[in-house]
Design a protein around this ligand. Structure first.
Ligand SMILES: [Zn+2]
Length: 346
């Protein structure tokens, strides 16, 4: 019986058999890539707690930080984070609905455009290297369309994106940005409304589930000890299909009703958009050899098929008669590192 099986395998065209196996893995890999889950994590309220925030800066560089402009350590943290290639946001205080102590230079809906301009310019000076802004508190401000329109008009002159923390359901941030060049993205999950490790791990898992479902998710946390411990644990065991990204890397081109000012000026956000396009680009397979090459590239980082990949390389070498440097696992890793660095540095 075993001998019969062996004979039938020998009779089958081994090249065609291998081709169909490779095609199966290629399609499987493309399918997995298409569902890659991109997760952005932002830690708010940076600038007050050096000990905790130092631990944040020891996390992967894709974990971004939002700095309170008038905090005592904000500028120092911005410089350190920038040296790491970490994305920085201005965490701009905005008026809440409830009565509570306000940060200095908190935006109020009643402020004039000039006053808002002054506060934002001050914040930009206090938080160097910022590429985006999100709101600290701010339910009264972000639910006020006229107030947020002034904010967006000012931001459009400073090439900053806006991450809406969504502290209130009827936030007007997205609506206020229409007609401006300001890209707006929204927070999906708060990690630590309840400050326990278990709760933050639960919220991180929620974010991962959402990222798998819609392709991306944005989670916001704070430098609480419980949040830090939960993040350290979860990030150390992040599933392979989840890619940690910065919020800026999730930006999509914003259709504006007026001229697209971004296309006129080469700026940081465009670099981010270019990175997204590069990451999303997939070569179209043309020939059987192209299929084999794609399979080799797609499988290089998959431990399960590393052995198979080695066989692919051997066959490709025979077929093409030349080396395929980009498909070597070690080179692929180096290239991916470079690409990440280039995108995360904007
Ligand atoms: Zn805050």
């Amino acid at each position: 019986m075993v001998k019969m099986k062996n004979r039938s395998i020998k009779r089958a065209n081994p090249f065609m058999l291998l081709f169909w196996i490779l095609l199966f893995f290629t399609l499987l890999s493309i399918n997995l890539n298409a569902h890659a889950a991109r997760l952005a994590i932002v830690i708010d309220d940076i600038g007050y707690r050096v000990n905790e925030e130092t631990k944040i800066l020891q996390m992967p560089a894709a974990v971004s930080i939002a700095i309170l402009p008038d905090s005592p350590h904000g500028r120092k943290m911005a410089e350190k984070a920038h040296q790491q290639g970490r994305e920085i946001l201005i965490h701009l205080p905005m008026a809440p609905l409830s009565e509570q102590p306000l940060e200095k230079n908190t935006l109020l809906p009643t402020m004039s455009r000039e006053e808002i301009e002054r506060i934002i310019q001050h914040a930009i000076q206090r938080v160097p290297h910022a590429v985006g802004m999100n709101n600290h508190m701010g339910s009264a401000m972000t639910s006020n369309l006229a107030g947020m329109e002034k904010v967006m008009q000012v931001l459009s002159h400073h090439h900053l994106y806006f991450l809406d923390s969504v502290t209130i359901g009827n936030t007007q941030a997205t609506k206020a940005a229409i007609g401006t060049s300001v890209p707006v993205i929204r927070r999906n999950v708060f990690l630590d409304n309840i400050q326990t490790e278990a709760e933050t791990r639960h919220q991180l898992n929620r974010a991962i589930v959402l990222a798998r479902k819609q392709g991306f998710a944005i989670a916001i946390g704070h430098p609480h000890p419980t949040t830090i411990r939960a993040l350290q644990q979860t990030l150390a065991t992040l599933p392979n299909d989840v890619e940690l990204v910065t919020p800026g890397m999730l930006l999509a081109p914003v259709p504006t009703s007026k001229n697209d000012k971004q296309s006129a000026n080469k700026n940081d956000k465009q670099t981010a958009l270019e990175c997204i396009k590069l990451q999303g680009a997939k070569p179209a397979p043309i020939t059987q050899l192209d299929y084999l090459k794609m399979a080799a590239k797609a499988l290089t980082n998959n431990a399960i098929v590393n052995t198979l990949n080695q066989q692919i390389q051997n066959i490709l070498g025979k077929l093409s008669g030349q080396a395929e440097p980009d498909s070597r696992p070690e080179n692929a890793k180096t290239g991916a590192t470079k690409k990440t660095g280039a995108c995360s540095g904007f």
